[in-house]
Design a protein around this ligand. Structure first.
Ligand code: AP5
Ligand code: MG
Length: 189
């Protein structure tokens, strides 16, 4: 099985590119952000707890997302691998993923990292706010906090996956198609 980590700051294009990646490589797409938004929409207890954190641009507790990922690994069948979009996002989550996979005799295949500058994060999310109505896109101070959280808590994973020899950085600036072709090239290396 392949286990790809799809990494990048908010608005980098993870969700946008995931569709073509899962189709081409027969993967199951798991976006922890989307799973959490479904919990909120379904009015679950977990969703209620997560909502305040997400709406402020903060991370939800590691155990919450780790549990969601493991549940998917246990339930999804008939795929050639998984595309983890927005997970891991902290060093603790990366270690938890490593342990979860090693218990299955598996390991991370590669970390595909989409990089865009902070100014473009704000521009893309401002555009998406007009189209999709995500609560955490609506206010600029929340978007700024998501960017800050990314730099503080998530960016250290770059060194983590570089040290493991798994880090593949892709320039996320360009058309959706240009970025997609760069991703496929990196995955086929
Ligand atoms: P999550 O849903 O993962 O949000 P995010 O990481 O902030 O990323 P986005 O979904 O905003 O961006 P994206 O990279 O998918 O970009 P997209 O393709 O949509 O997480 C939300 C929240 O949930 C977190 O803040 C946290 O609270 C919680 N959470 C989630 N995972 C967690 C975890 N592991 N641990 C703890 N908490 C967690 O693109 C953005 C826009 O740009 C779109 O409009 C798109 O059409 C456009 N676009 C994309 N590519 C291009 C291009 N090449 N050119 C022009 N426009 C483009
Ligand atoms: Mg997304």
């Amino acid at each position: 099985m392949k286990y790809y980590v799809l990494f990048g700051p908010p608005g980098a294009g993870k969700g946008t590119q995931a569709g073509a990646m899962v189709e081409r490589y027969k993967l199951c797409h798991i976006s922890t952000g989307e799973l959490l938004r479904s919990e909120i929409a379904a009015g679950t207890e977990l969703g209620a707890k997560a909502k305040a954190l997400i709406d402020a641009g903060n991370l939800v507790p590691d155990e919450v997302v780790e549990g969601m990922i493991e549940a998917k690994f246990n339930s999804v069948k008939n795929v050639e691998g998984f595309l983890l979009d927005g997970f891991p996002r902290t060093l603790a989550q990366a270690d938890a993923l490593k342990d979860m996979l090693s218990r299955r005799g598996e390991s991370v295949t590669a970390c595909i990292s989409l990089m865009i500058p902070d100014a473009l994060v704000h521009e893309r999310i401002a555009n998406r706010a007009k189209l999709e109505g995500r609560a955490d896109d609506a206010r600029d101070e929340v978007v700024s906090n998501r960017v800050k959280t990314y730099h503080e808590k998530t960016e250290p994973l770059i060194a983590y996956y570089k040290a493991a020899g798994l880090y593949r950085e892709i320039d996320g600036v360009g058309t959706i198609e240009e970025v997609r072709n760069r991703i496929f090239e990196a995955m086929e290396k």
